[in-house]
Design a binder for this molecule. Structure first.
Ligand SMILES: Cc1ncc(COP(=O)(O)O)c(C=O)c1O
Length: 382
């Protein structure tokens, strides 16, 4: 039988995250017709489940095949009219991606970025919006490169005071952290399936406010066909209507995952994420790994940790992988200096203990790496 290499490893990268057996089993059910009433009912249940985790009664939910980046792109092209400015508020690599997307479409962008490991503050955003022409703002709830959780409610309050529409990238938070879309006044919550929701990658998730839909309708033509929300609208109101083939089996998986979230209770799930992050970081601190993220903005869904002296990135992660635990390297300026571990979605406290045990075996209590000679690590650091 088909089995990919690494299938028995514990995924502790910050997405994709481990997929529970029940969700995997749903994926392997027979593929039904994409316009059938049965699938439509499943998609509608998924839309209701997404509304519930995003904290909205009013938003239209769009679910279609693609990745988180496509969700970002769809939000930008549907909300930012040519000639108006987008303000990108970035706490790392994934925040910056909004700027790249807007520039790829020739849209006008202003960019406000935080120092590495910190978040842009409400005061900084206010000052920028005082002198900006931006009518739309992007915020990243958790930047998966820096592990920064933005003070979302505060930032949104400021953006709203300046009458901007607000796009929130919740790729690394939806399903693991509180999001109150209606209460906070978010216009688009976007996500993917593969992080705190615990589904394999492949779905674009967008919850879109009435004001955001009005903005889309006011734009004559957006620079995308597949990601144009008006093309999807009829199919999302009645999933039996065809626009583009639904990702049938991924909806089975999302349906089961959302039911599991309902069974666990969102509040309990959020508490679990907090507990897992605290427990993991305490264990890692005892092994010499310190957060690279400022303490006040540490995300509960992942940890970005600096290597203690004597540890080198690739040999450390290779040795960990040999023990069945997969961690991710850092991105951008932190590449090689730190390591990223996800703890979200279906990850359990037992998995946290397994991860810590493997790190302890590799790094040892004094931070001396078993797999990489210390002199090589020293050389790499200069
Ligand atoms: C916060 C955030 N936004 C966007 C993305 C892009 O998503 P994808 O890799 O699914 O295209 C990621 C991916 O890790 C992410 O963490």
């Amino acid at each position: 039988m088909f089995k990919p290499e690494g299938a028995n490893s514990l995924l502790m990268i910050p997405g994709p995250t481990p997929v529970a057996a029940e969700i995997l089993a749903a994926l392997s059910e027979p593929t039904v017709a994409h316009t059938s009433a049965g699938l439509a009912a499943i998609i509608q249940r998924c839309q209701a489940g997404i509304r519930s985790v995003a904290g909205t009664d009013n938003a239209e939910v769009f679910l279609f095949a693609g990745s988180g980046t496509l969700a970002q792109e769809a939000a930008v092209v549907n909300l930012v009219p040519p000639g108006e400015q987008l303000l990108v508020v970035a706490n790392g690599y994934f925040g910056d991606r909004f700027r790249d997307i807007a520039e790829a479409h020739g849209l006008e962008v202003d960019h406000l970025s935080a120092e590495p490991g910190k978040s842009v503050s409400a005061e900084e955003l206010d000052a920028r919006l005082e002198r900006s022409r931006a009518t739309t703002v992007t915020l990243t709830h958790v930047d998966t490169a820096t592990g920064v959780a933005a003070p979302l409610a505060e930032l949104i309050r400021v953006a709203k005071r300046h009458d901007a529409l607000v796009i929130v990238d919740a790729v690394c938070s939806l399903g693991g952290m509180p999001i109150a879309m209606d209460e906070w006044g978010i216009d688009v919550v976007l996500s993917g399936a593969q992080k705190a929701l615990g589904v394999p990658p492949g779905l674009v998730i967008l919850a879109v406010s009435k004001a955001a839909m009005e903005r889309r309708r006011s734009i004559k033509r957006v620079p995308s066909y597949y990601a144009d929300l008006l093309n999807w609208e009829a199919s999302m109101h009645d999933p039996k209507q065809y626009f583009s083939t639904h990702a049938v089996n991924l909806f089975y998986a999302l349906d089961v995952a959302l039911q599991r979230i309902a069974d666990e209770g969102l509040a309990a799930r959020i508490v679990r994420h907090d507990a897992m992050s605290k427990s993991f970081r305490a264990g890692m601190a005892a092994l010499g790994f310190r957060p690279m993220t400022e303490r006040a903005v540490l995300a509960p869904t992942l940890s970005v940790l600096a290597y203690p002296r004597g540890l080198e990135d690739q040999p450390f992660r290779d040795a960990l992988a040999a023990r069945g635990v997969i961690a991710a390297g850092c991105l951008g300026p932190w590449k090689g200096i730190g390591v990223r571990f996800g703890h979200m979605g279906n990850t359990s406290m037992g998995d946290i203990e397994t991860g810590l045990r493997a790190v302890e075996e590799v790094a040892g209590r004094d931070g001396a790496v078993a797999a990489a000679p210390a002199d090589r690590a020293e050389a790499a650091r200069g």
